[in-house]
Design a protein around this ligand. Structure first.
Ligand SMILES: Cc1cc2nc3c(=O)[nH]c(=O)nc-3n(C[C@H](O)[C@H](O)[C@H](O)COP(=O)(O)OP(=O)(O)OC[C@H]3O[C@@H](n4cnc5c(N)ncnc54)[C@H](O)[C@@H]3O)c2cc1C
Length: 623
């Protein structure tokens, strides 16, 4: 299977150990035993040891380690306390202690995707060394052993990307007797689903039937058409929306009855974009993480049976193709080595590109935009797909939401409290653009706003206790204290994201809003409050904006990609002429939600990942 391998320069100790002991990392050799209450790695040299403890700060707070020393040799590192998110940090909790023992230095590479945990562990070990009267330079150095990589098995199918789509496709294929080799660029499986809320579309499922909800693929497609019309759009690829609708029910029933995925209370609700209020949106128990865990455990069984392999920190950098189609992948490992492997079929599941500012600019989506996606959503499957002749559609559209406040830069964590009432929204021209009710269609305001920036304006009397909320706190594993008026005051002081003024003109001057137009807008709005009706936009909660005024600058943010690779109803990748590329399939957010009508309906990201993973696997299994 393996055709070529080139040794390259970058030294990365971490890759060699594989996923020692990590439940998320299947197919790896050399498990490290787990100590009770923590992870332990040992060099096993024996003799008299000193034991020192130390602490560091990880993603979830304090990490405590116990370090055993034989003179100046670390013989073991045990993690005795941590509060890390295991789905994200399992890998680091296993690998970092093992690497420190193996290399006798704390200067080891962080596990990608778990940087904070990695640094917390390293500083905890350094703290323990200091408590033992040593520094890391005092440690006895050892010769560097050869580094084994996580080699894939010779398999029928390569799966590129280990998010929800990739692991769903892998489990479904293994179940149908196929062998799969999954390649994941980061150090862990799960992708965006680790951060996701857990809403999942259901169309004609057992759970709906249990509740007496009448539903069918026809009804769902008609619903998508209706909602598209509300947006002034239409379903551009109705046959793809239909394939999605028809396969969703069997897929959800499979998760539910065959894999025993935990759906908690098993009660459906309407989507927030759903004018008919059909209760077809169900929720995984404990966000989407429980489903991810069940699928990973299932995949692990396939690995144990030799039917699957999982190569982490293994990025597919090229699809091998010729005039007859795609026949394999080129993989670049984290240690810089590059290998090529042959496969009869390749399923691309590399997700969207909502974390990539560069691609958003390249595709011309927004002038100003934030993201709440994890760093795995960089669009690292787009270039390889285009190079292999795939067709990209709707790349300039993206499902944005409004109200992002991003004082920290990087991934967005905060939103202005858009549904608090007692507020108007204006752009830099000082004009209102939309009914300010924070509901489903109000996000359009950010599309039309100058520089995509809207100012959320309150007065002292209408200011809610939580003008800014920490919406994505669970990504960090802890709640931020910044959820109050105190944060607003801090932001006003910073002068970038929030502003205040005793008069409309003063506030406008501070915020960079047209002062005359803004003063007129405030006067008009207060007049509507006096009259008891808002003839411009129909706001019902009319409270006058008087006295000291505040404005919070907000930007749109991206949750899921609307554009992606053009597919057939069977998840075959299509070329520029609309013909299937032999051997190449696509699943999940890499298809782009808009192609299957998904952006206008809740539960379409997780629904798309699982449904298209299921469709692609069924297609490939039938070849
Ligand atoms: C905060 C948040 C909340 C959300 N809530 C919901 C919700 O409630 N309901 C809903 O339906 N949707 C929700 N979504 C969207 C949903 O989580 C995603 O659409 C879905 O999980 C995408 O799955 P995926 O497998 O297609 O892609 P991803 O999860 O992006 O996975 C792709 C994987 O491929 C890997 N990869 C990329 N390029 C390569 C390469 N070249 N080689 C190897 N590996 C590669 C990446 O590292 C990544 O792990 C939410 C998203 C976010 C960010």
């Amino acid at each position: 299977m393996k055709k070529a391998e080139t040794g390259m320069s970058r030294r990365n100790f971490l890759l060699g150990l594989g996923a020692a002991g990590g439940a998320l990392a299947m197919g790896a050799a050399g498990c490290v035993p787990k100590a009770s209450g923590g992870t332990e790695a040992s060099q096993g040299q024996g003799g008299e040891t000193t034991v020192a403890t130390g602490t560091g700060v990880g993603r979830g707070g304090e990490i405590a380690v116990k370090v055993a020393l034989d003179g100046t040799v670390i013989t073991s590192v045990s993690v005795v306390k941590h509060n890390e998110n295991l789905l994200i940090s399992d890998e680091a909790l296993s690998r970092i202690p093992a690497e420190i023992v193996r290399t006798q230095t704390t200067d080891v590479d962080a596990v990608s995707g778990a940087t904070l945990t990695s640094f917390g562990l390293k500083s905890a070990v350094e703290n323990a060394l200091a408590n033992a009267g040593l520094s890391r330079n005092d440690l006895t150095q050892v010769a560097e052993p050869a580094i084994p990589r996580e080699e894939p098995i010779a398999a029928d199918v390569a799966i590129v990307g280990g998010g929800l789509a990739g692991i769903t496709a892998a489990v479904r294929l293994v179940e149908q007797g196929k062998t799969v080799a999954l390649f994941e660029e980061s150090g862990h499986l799960g992708g965006c689903a680790i951060a996701a809320y857990g809403w999942l579309l259901n169309v004609d499922t057992i759970m709906e039937a249990e509740e007496g909800t009448q539903d069918s693929p026809d009804q769902y497609v008609a619903h998508l058409e209706d909602v598209a019309a509300l947006y002034g759009e239409k379903l551009e690829y109705p046959e793809i929306a239909r394939a999605y609708a028809e396969n969703n029910g069997p897929m959800v029933d499979w998760l539910d009855t065959e894999l025993n995925v935990d759906f908690g209370a098993r009660t459906g609700g309407p989507g927030i974009y759903d004018p008919e209020e059909v209760n077809r949106i169900y929720h995984f128990n404990n966000y989407a993480r429980s489903a991810v865990r069940t699928l990973i455990d299932k995949l692990h069984e396939g690995v144990a049976q030799g039917q699957a392999s999982v190569s982490l920190e293994a990025r597919v950098t090229k699809l091998l193709s010729d005039e007859s189609g795609v026949h394999g992948v080129e993989v670049t490992y984290a240690d810089g080595t590059v290998s090529e492997y042959e496969f009869a079929s390749v399923i691309l599941c590399t997700g969207g590109f909502c974390h990539s500012q560069q691609l958003q600019q390249d595709f011309g989506i927004y002038e100003n935009v934030g993201t709440c996606n994890p760093s795995t959503a960089e669009g690292h499957g787009i270039d390889i797909a285009l190079e292999a002749g795939c067709q990209m559609v709707l790349a300039d559209r993206s499902a944005s939401y409004g109200g992002g406040v991003n004082p920290l830069g990087g991934e967005l964590r905060y939103l202005a409290n858009l549904s608090a009432g007692g507020q108007i929204w204006v752009d830099a021209r000082g004009k209102r653009l939309i009914k300010e009710d924070g509901t489903r269609f109000s996000q359009k305001a950010w599309d039309d706003a100058e520089h995509n920036e809207m100012f959320v304006v309150f007065s002292e009397g209408t200011l809610p206790a939580r003008p800014i909320v920490n919406y994505f706190s669970y990504l960090e594993g802890e709640l931020s204290p910044w959820q109050s008026k105190a944060m607003l005051d801090e932001l006003v002081e910073g002068g970038q994201w929030a502003f205040t003024g005793e008069t409309p003109e003063e506030l406008a001057g501070a915020a960079g809003i047209d002062p005359a137009a803004f003063a007129q807008t405030i006067a008009d709005f207060n007049g509507y409050c006096n009259a008891g009706s808002d003839p411009e936009f129909g706001v019902e909660d009319l409270r006058k904006l008087e006295g000291k005024l505040y404005a919070i600058k907000t930007i749109p943010y991206l949750l899921m990609a609307r554009g992606g690779l053009r597919v057939s109803p069977k998840a075959e990748a299509l070329d520029e002429s609309g013909n299937p590329i032999v051997g190449l399939f696509v699943a999940g957010e890499q298809i782009g939600l808009h192609q299957y009508g998904g952006m206008i309906s809740n539960g379409a990201g997780l629904g798309g990942a699982t449904t298209w993973g299921y469709i692609a696997a069924n297609t490939v299994a039938s070849l």
